[in-house]
Write a protein that binds this ligand. Structure first.
Ligand code: 5GP
Ligand code: ZN
Length: 154
């Protein structure tokens, strides 16, 4: 891990025992999970920018990208790439966006490292994307179809 010259302020910072994503990792809070390996999980964003919007997170708690070593950084982006293939296939999307927010100034709302995988259709091009709210049934269906597409990869 490298030592940054400056610290990042994050108002979302909480003690680890109160971290929402740690609770999702441990199963104390429910989620629509689409992928899991030894060190990562991926689950649907509760308030997606597009249907299929997925979050990839390391199981180990850390607040920002700077809390990961180079190997962990490489690994999470490899997982995000794999997850993106499942998301794009399941949603029949035409492209996808990766987003990774660090700190208050970058709108980071959950202070546990995560990479957003946001599928885009051609008709989304140039449009501002609003947050959506899907029913539990819709979320479960979307998660199932992403999970089965990810399972086909490799
Ligand atoms: P950030 O702004 O920190 O990069 O993104 C945090 C994301 O986590 C937001 O897109 C938000 O909708 C999502 N989120 C916040 N709380 C929960 C939760 O309890 N469950 C799930 N699945 N997503 C959440
Ligand atoms: Zn955490």
């Amino acid at each position: 891990m490298k030592t940054p010259a400056k610290r990042i302020y994050n108002s979302a910072s909480v003690p680890q025992e109160d971290c929402v994503f740690c609770k999702i990792v441990s199963g104390k809070l429910p989620s629509y999970k689409v992928y899991e390996d030894d060190r990562h999980i991926a689950f649907l964003d509760i308030n997606p920018f597009s249907v299929g919007h997925t979050l990839v997170t390391p199981k180990r708690h850390g607040e920002t990208l700077w809390d990961m070593d180079d190997h962990e950084i490489a690994e999470i982006f490899k997982v995000a790439s794999k997850v993106s293939m499942g998301v794009v296939a399941a949603m029949n999307a035409d492209g996808f966006r990766l987003m990774q927010n660090n700190g208050e100034a970058a709108n980071q709302a959950v202070a546990h490292i995560h990479v957003h995988v946001i599928p885009n259709k051609m008709e989304d091009k140039g449009k501002f994307m609003n947050r959506l709210k899907l029913s539990g049934d819709e979320m479960a269906k979307v998660a199932d179809s992403i999970k089965s597409e990810i399972a086909k990869i490799e």
